[in-house]
Design a protein around this ligand. Structure first.
Ligand code: PEP
Ligand code: MN
Length: 449
């Protein structure tokens, strides 16, 4: 029998409309938006409440040091790049990193894509000016087009439907790849062997050889069970565009509780986590596990007030704090934040985003990051948690499966001139496939110190 939603719960899902809201587009036609959101509300959910609950349990384990989260994908997915090759490349990259991290941390790794819905972007300015022409800023494919023309940059609600369908086809492929044998441990391990065979990565051969021995040992013992052939792969995106998240929020027939069925995990960004704002109110009412980005200006008091609002019942796994302080600041800022939140006693899972605090503009004008800064923030994250006796629960990465050149450095030593070779991101720079694997191997080195 299915449980109906309480009318008050349903009314609560509209409360955000009367609260201060940031980072939303100015839709030109309210009636067109209404038609689209009505249509979305009638389409099937993209994920199921039970899957979100399973993830919540795993994130709780990560908070206790019994699992480790690896969340990765584009800064901004695009409709044009939702191709089989691109999706496969990102899944492969996350799975390859996960094998290395599983071995290095001796923990199960929770695999999550910034995928199948990461289409809305917060921007520092509502407009962009080029050669004296001012147009609305690009806010992600779910809202407007990247091309610098008035037509493309005008928000178009039809894009919400494109986002839904592109998410559905991406998820369909993710589910096929992760259950159909493609993701088997042996295969993923073979891919990693290809990586370490490249002389540029010879430094990691020893760890790769250890993993190889461990896998051979398992095989010799006759380990051949489903868990080695299929993997759980969760979807996530920033819960930013409330006109999309609301119609995809559904009442769980088992419990009568609302879940945002656009993804398993939603995070609230650094720019939209105002305590009295629309985003915090909205996500306080859905039961998915939630991430919250915490940048260098976050105080422990901010973090505790966010817990009051988003996890009053102190449910483990409900809240993941994704810190993004910057390599130069993490060792100064993270300790007191973690200490005070830990002293409060309500459980949270701590994850490091080493990308968003480390943005720079290169001499030739590219928005980029240094691989060495990214690694340094990850190292700082482990150091701080180790010193406090708290748990480093995972990593949140911007990466792609392709050989793009968007982040400086790594063993291939991408330099400023090299960025021009294949700089493809529409928003933030991503680690390429090799840099992503290199990061995973370096994390194993850090874990051994
Ligand atoms: C992002 O994750 O792409 C992003 C915009 O992050 P933040 O909210 O941390 O700036
Ligand atoms: Mn980004």
């Amino acid at each position: 029998m299915s449980v109906e939603a309480d009318p008050q719960v349903l009314a609560g899902l509209e409360a955000w409309r009367d609260l201060p809201v940031t980072q939303q587009p100015a839709w030109p036609d309210a009636a067109a938006l209404q038609r689209v959101t009505d249509r979305l509300a009638g389409l099937p959910p993209l994920v199921f409440a039970g899957e979100a609950d399973a993830l919540r349990g795993q994130l709780a384990a990560a908070g206790r040091g019994e699992a480790f989260l690896l969340q990765g994908g584009d800064c901004a997915e695009t409709f044009a790049e939702a191709t089989a090759d691109n999706i496969r490349g990102k899944i492969m990259t996350v799975l390859q990193m996960a094998v290395v991290l599983t071995y290095g941390a001796s923990l199960p790794v929770i695999k999550m894509g910034r995928m199948a819905g990461q289409y809305a972007k917060p921007r520092s300015s509502d407009t962009e000016t080029r050669d004296g022409v001012t147009l609305p800023a690009f806010r992600g494919d779910i809202i407007n087009g990247f091309e610098f023309t008035p037509e493309a940059r005008t928000p178009d609600p039809e894009r919400l439907l494109d986002a839904y369908h592109t998410s559905a086809s991406t998820l369909n492929l993710i589910r096929a790849f992760t259950t159909g044998g493609f993701a088997s441990l042996l295969r993923v391990h073979e891919w990693n062997r290809g990586f370490t065979a490249n002389p540029a990565y010879a430094r990691y051969e020893e760890i790769a050889a250890e993993i190889d021995r461990a896998i051979r040992f398992m095989a010799a013992c006759g380990a051949d069970f489903d868990a080695l052939r299929t993997v759980d792969f969760y979807s996530s995106h920033e819960g930013l565009l409330l006109d999309y998240e609301r119609p995809l929020t559904r009442i769980d027939s088992r419990t009568g509780l609302p879940y945002d069925c656009s993804a398993h995990f939603l995070w609230i960004g650094e720019r939209t986590r105002q305590l009295d704002g629309a985003h915090v109110d909205y996500f306080s009412r859905v039961h998915n596990p939630l991430g919250i980005k915490l940048g260098p200006t976050s105080t422990a008091d901010d973090a505790l007030r966010l817990i009051d609002k988003l996890n009053p019942s102190a449910e483990p796994g409900r809240i993941t704090f994704i810190t993004r302080m910057g390599a130069g600041k993490i060792r100064d800022l993270l300790p007191s934040l973690v200490e005070k939140v830990t002293a409060d006693g309500r459980p949270v899972t701590w994850v490091c985003d080493p990308m968003h605090g480390n943005g720079i503009t290169s001499a030739s004008g590219y928005k980029t990051r240094r691989f060495s800064d990214v690694m340094d923030e990850v190292a700082g994250f482990f150091e701080v948690h180790r010193a406090l006796g708290t748990v480093p629960g995972g990593l949140h990465m911007e990466l792609t499966g392709d050989d793009v050149t968007e982040v400086l450095g790594g063993a291939e030593e991408i330099d400023d001139a090299g960025l021009a070779r294949r700089y493809e991101t529409l928003v933030d720079p991503r680690l390429n496939h090799q840099q992503s694997l290199e990061l995973a191997f370096q994390v194993v080195e850090l874990l051994r110190r």
